[in-house]
Design a protein around this ligand. Sequence first.
Ligand code: CMX
Length: 153
Amino acid sequence: MGAMDNTDLFVCIDHVGLAVPNLDEAIKLHTEVFGWRVLHRETNEEQGVEEAMLGTGDQHVENAQIQLLAPLSEQSTIGKWLAKNGGRGGIQQLAYRVKDIDAVCATLRERGVTLLYDEPKIGTGGSRIQFAHPKNTGGILLELVEPAADAAH
Ligand code: CMX
């Protein structure tokens, strides 16, 4: 393989996920103080979250977003994360966008990365998502996101 061959696995940072105790209060802070715009809001029962995606500018193809994640219950992933981190909220995950999540997962598994799910699950806006455990990634919960075919990005 030549030195210039493209070995990229990831398209860009898709989003940074912030765990928040209260979604409406977090949206108020991030829109009224920080000037983000709410692009999308949904509840994902399987992931145990009520969430909002925030964006800026023209949301060009490779713009990253901020994901606000509020727990649906204390036993949910975000509920447990908040309890362990003083209840105040903070950065819970970093998400990379991919074009073909099955191919990227296969490559990462070949390279010894343990992924959480046997098969990708459904994430924001019908995207397909997978996670690598923080123990595999230097302490960061890493999410892979293949946007839905009809998504804006
Ligand atoms: N970032 C970094 N480290 C984390 C972490 C996070 N978000 N969550 C847990 N850890 C670390 C803990 O600090 C702990 O480390 P030590 O053993 O050194 O103390 C270790 O991982 C285990 O912690 P835990 O509290 O027992 O956490 P669990 O193993 O129960 O859960 C994980 C960790 C990755 C399996 C769980 O967070 C998970 O399933 N994540 C994927 C799903 C998810 O995050 N859903 C919500 C978002 C939905 C969405 O993005 O759409």
